[in-house]
Design a protein around this ligand. Structure first.
Ligand code: 5AD
Ligand code: SF4
Length: 380
């Protein structure tokens, strides 16, 4: 008779950006290799791992309350909140068993084994936190575990060192690291062999990619040349590092999906400066102009923050008018939220909640009407 194997079921709850979506796949792959079963039904899981986001307070609040509700026997925290709170998570949420930082995720299978060993004996209760690794090993990207069978996200850079005044990312994801171009191309080839036809290159600022002699333009060209790949795109671009040379190269890349996500954040030069964005309104508008001229049928989206410390009505109108002028295909609009350690946390968060909400709604309504008009034109 075959011996029965008990496989523990793991549910991974992902919050935040595409980077986290990809990290959850990486963990899914590493855990599957170690004999765990990944389930998408939370109630059936023995173990729950929250892959968390710290970009705004709201994202963190969601996790604190979800931890309170979960019935899983073992609870882990990975992602940006792990680096933001480290072992303080155990005080805030005593039910949590382990905390694993963004660069330490390869340790999760071993940590889980250790926690499981102790779990059934209250005397031996164990809490583990690991948040100190400096970088990730490339091999974690090669487990072949993919949730989507046609489209794949491929990490090209980890971390960020732009230090935008509002942003927690440099503190939770660490310094910028570009993966080796050979390894990235190897990963994409493995994906293609497994049936993937479309990929999105991922990084907090993809344009800053640089590995030895290979920069982002060269990487994009190499990806474009991969046999079997039908389409590629990338997120996210930082305007200060996005160039006309890149558009020129992309115009020649037959497989580029013509989509550019170019967060402007604000249309006011005064606020852009306070945000430490490194470009002006005019520079941004000029970039958009070039993109539209050089990439035929391109789509363009952006991110906006309303209610940044000291943002006046005039600053806000500058943002409003920029959106009107550019006519984005999509705009993601956020209310400013103070983040620990950041430069902006030193400024007074002096825009009232209702005022942030008013500005948020005005921009959403404006974008809605722009999108409606654009769609109507497209369908005609
Ligand atoms: N408050 C509000 N929005 C923020 N973002 C980043 N940090 C903050 C913050 N502290 C937004 C930016 C970024 C997007 C991912 O989230 O617009 O581009
Ligand atoms: Fe992604 Fe930034 Fe949120 Fe981390 S803090 S999950 S990097 S959006």
């Amino acid at each position: 008779m075959k011996k029965e194997v008990t496989t523990k079921k793991v549910f991974i709850r992902t919050l935040g950006c595409q980077m986290n979506v990809r990290d959850s796949e990486v963990i899914g792959g590493l855990l599957s290799k170690s004999g765990y079963k990944i389930t998408d039904i939370e109630e059936k899981a023995d173990i729950i791992i929250f892959n968390t986001c710290s970009v705004r307070q709201h994202a963190e609040d969601k996790v604190w309350s979800a931890i309170g509700r979960t019935k899983a026997k073992i609870i882990g925290i990975m992602g940006c909140m792990a680096n933001n709170y480290r072992e303080a998570i155990f005080e805030k949420a005593p039910k949590v068993d382990f905390v694993v930082g963004t660069r330490d995720i390869a340790k999760i299978p071993a940590i889980l084994k250790e926690i499981e060993k102790h779990k059934d004996s209250p005397l031996l209760e164990k809490k583990i936190y690991e948040t100190d690794a400096d970088f990730r090993e490339d091999e974690i990207y090669h487990t072949g575990f993919r949730l989507d069978k046609e489209h794949a996200f491929v990490v090209i850079t980890e971390g960020c060192e732009n230090y935008c005044a509002y942003c927690v990312v440099p503190y939770v994801r660490g310094a910028l690291r570009s993966r080796s171009s050979q390894d990235i191309l190897e990963e994409i080839k493995e994906d293609i062999d497994a049936g993937i036809t479309r990929i999105t290159l991922l990084g907090q600022n993809v344009n800053a990619y640089k590995y030895q002699d290979t920069d982002f333009i060269e990487l994009a060209q190499e990806v474009n040349g991969l046999k079997g790949l039908k389409e590629f795109g990338f997120i996210t671009s930082h305007p200060k590092d996005t160039t006309v040379d890149l558009f020129k190269a992309l115009a020649e890349c037959r497989k580029f999906n013509n989509y550019l996500h170019l967060p402007v954040q604000s249309g006011s030069d005064r606020v852009l400066k306070l945000m430490n964005r490194g470009y002006t309104r005019e520079f941004y508008l000029n970039l958009v102009d070039n993109y539209r001229k050089m990439i035929k049928d391109g789509t363009l989206s952006t991110d906006i923050i309303v209610g940044f410390p000291s943002e006046t009505e005039v600053d806000f109108q500058d943002t409003f008018n920029l959106i009107k002028e550019v006519e984005f295909d999509k705009a993601y609009v956020f209310k400013y939220s103070v983040r620990p350690n950041t430069k902006a946390a030193e400024f007074a968060d002096n825009i009232e909640r209702q005022e942030k909400e008013r500005r948020h709604k005005l921009i959403l309504d404006l974008q809605k009407s722009i999108s409606r008009t654009k769609n109507a034109k497209k369908n005609n």
